[in-house]
Ligand binder design. Structure first.
Ligand code: F6P
Length: 539
């Protein structure tokens, strides 16, 4: 069964939301809190070690009611089942979407074309486990008999961002292996990494679903050439492994068939860290922690699949985001983790969210006349408070923000943790309440400065409070955003799992690359042609 193809703006609930928006658009959240002492409790979901407070939003019970009706009107429940049951909901690429199967228990039954994929998944997991243990314990050695000290992940996009973000986020749980990530085709990136490496003790993990990506293959070849300056051809089998669906190209590169970790076309690149693409994660934090990450994600999958929409975290967050994107015309959303460990989290989410939902053709093939994909950005608090928070507090744009915090710090420094948490709590309170003219005056501000010191408040935030940053809770958090992406794609009637938008630039880059050494005719617009000629003249 294909996904529904309902234009959201034609639904009954959309019409109701539009009317309701006119009534609520100028209401201040402060008044909503004043008139309902139970508001925070009503708009909070507690699940496992998650405490999600979405009460600081410009919503009422009526808003939520209409948004939940919208979920019903677009057949969200059926769409979720289509995804989990392995239907080819990535219709434009003719593929199922089953990253959820990668983190399901062995006994689960996920079928693609009628075949249960769990045995294959668990065979690869066993391989990851065995390989990880051999490397971590020093049993597996390099070509001069020394244990490995460094691991280099070579990949880009989904073959880089997920593993890089998770390894960085879980550095507290890391073992002694030093991990490096090479992604950019910028040769200075790979060379900066190479200069830190000893070929005798470095393991290279080439991650590319297609094994055709220019950046990854260029970096892999550069590294191979550098490696072969000290080692001989046979040593490649000990030092290079690959994660890919394209076994033929991997072997052509010279990698031993035993050193290939397969993945499948029903795993999208940006949803692939749960597959063997996460091999570097497993190497960095050990297999058990990698598995705990997957188990956390699976818990969120179960919650998403089974929980009533009203108390379903990804569904509620997705609906609220649609409310701002499509009714308040918010241009972007911020994700602010109050944990330095999540430094790369917003960057990671940018691919997940913007590559998935940055679409302007609907599932019927028609151009869309409403807003889709949200622009996502963010940095950890408190650093971002000293950078861009001015604009969130007093700028002209409405920027809904997710505040993510952990009640416990990992190193247990309570003084720092209390200061961090006081900021975490104070910011959403300040964004909610603002500061009135009367309050500014009461503080004794001179009258000419009063307008500059007023804060309107009424700036929406979600607070996602989690007990502790662990492999499991990180898995839950990532899966929460993955499902939010899916829900929004269903509502906007778009295909979230293709990415044709990245192709055009790739094609043109290949054409231009050839032209650097040719004296062909001018085929570009005058701007591009001038820039190309300029580069050719001085390169
Ligand atoms: O940027 C496009 C893209 O296809 C991403 O979706 C993907 O994560 C990335 O390129 C890398 O692709 P591959 O793993 O095939 O090298």
């Amino acid at each position: 069964m294909a996904l529904p193809t309902i234009k959201p703006t034609t639904t009954n609930s959309w019409g109701k939301l539009q009317e309701h928006f006119e009534n609520i658009k100028d209401v201040h959240m402060k008044d909503l809190f004043a008139s309902d002492k139970d508001r925070a409790d009503k708009f909070t979901i507690k699940w496992e070690d998650f405490y999600v407070d979405f009460s600081k939003n410009r919503i009422t019970e009526e808003t939520l009611k209409h948004l939940l009706e919208l979920a019903k009107d677009v057949n969200l429940k059926e769409a979720i089942e289509s995804q989990f049951s392995g239907e080819k909901i990535n219709q434009t690429e003719g593929r199922a979407v089953l990253h959820t199967a990668l983190r399901a228990p062995k006994t689960a039954d996920f079928k693609v074309d009628g075949v249960n994929v769990m045995p294959e998944i668990y065979a690869v997991k066993e391989k990851i486990k065995g390989f990880t243990n051999e490397v971590v314990t020093g049993q597996r050695k390099g070509y001069t008999g020394k244990a490995f000290t460094d691991v280099v992940n070579i990949g880009i996009g989904g073959s880089d961002l997920g593993p890089a973000m998770v390894v960085d986020s879980l550095q507290y749980y890391k073992n002694d292996l030093t991990t490096h990530f090479v992604s950019n085709v910028d040769g200075d990136h790979v060379n900066e990494v190479i200069k830190k490496l000893n070929p005798e003790t470095t393991l290279f993990v080439i991650v590319s679903k297609t094994f055709t990506t220019q950046e990854t293959l260029s970096n892999a070849n550069t590294i191979k050439e550098w490696f072969l300056k000290s080692a001989n051809q046979e040593a490649i089998a000990q030092h290079f492994v690959a994660v890919s669906t394209n076994i033929k190209n991997v072997q052509a590169f010279g990698i031993d068939a035993n050193n290939v970790f397969p993945m499948w076309d029903w795993v999208g690149g940006r949803f692939s860290l749960w597959s063997a693409v996460g091999l570097t994660i497993s190497l960095a934090v050990g297999y058990d922690n990698y598995d705990a990450l997957l188990k956390g994600a699976n818990k969120m999958d179960e919650h998403f699949r089974n929980e009533d929409f009203k108390t379903n975290i990804p569904v509620v967050l997705a609906l609220i985001s649609v409310w701002y994107n499509n009714f308040f015309n918010a241009e972007s959303e911020a994700v602010i983790p109050y944990s330095q460990y999540l430094n790369q989290f917003a960057t990671y989410l940018q691919q997940g969210i913007m590559e998935s939902n940055g679409k302007s053709i609907d599932r019927n093939g028609n151009p869309i006349d409403y807003q889709t994909g949200t622009i996502i950005w963010g940095e950890p608090g408190t650093n971002s408070q000293h950078a861009f928070f001015q604009l969130i507090h007093q700028g002209t744009k409405l920027i809904p923000a997710d505040f993510i915090g952990f009640t416990k710090s990992l190193h247990g420094n309570q003084d720092h943790q209390d200061k961090l948490m006081s900021n975490f709590l104070a910011q959403t309170e300040a964004l909610l309440n603002g500061k009135t003219e009367a309050e500014v005056k009461a503080e004794g501000a001179s009258s000419d400065l009063v307008p500059f010191k007023v804060f309107q408040g009424n700036k929406p935030t979600n607070t996602i409070f989690i007990n502790k940053l662990s492999p499991e809770s990180l898995g839950e958090l990532i899966a929460m955003y993955e499902h939010k992406i899916f829900v929004q794609g269903i509502i906007w009637n778009i295909f979230s799992y293709d990415q044709f938008g990245v192709e055009l630039g790739k094609q043109l880059a290949n054409k231009i690359l050839q032209e650097f050494d040719e004296s062909g005719e001018n085929t570009h617009d005058s701007s591009t042609q001038n820039l190309l000629n300029y580069y050719k003249s001085i390169r």
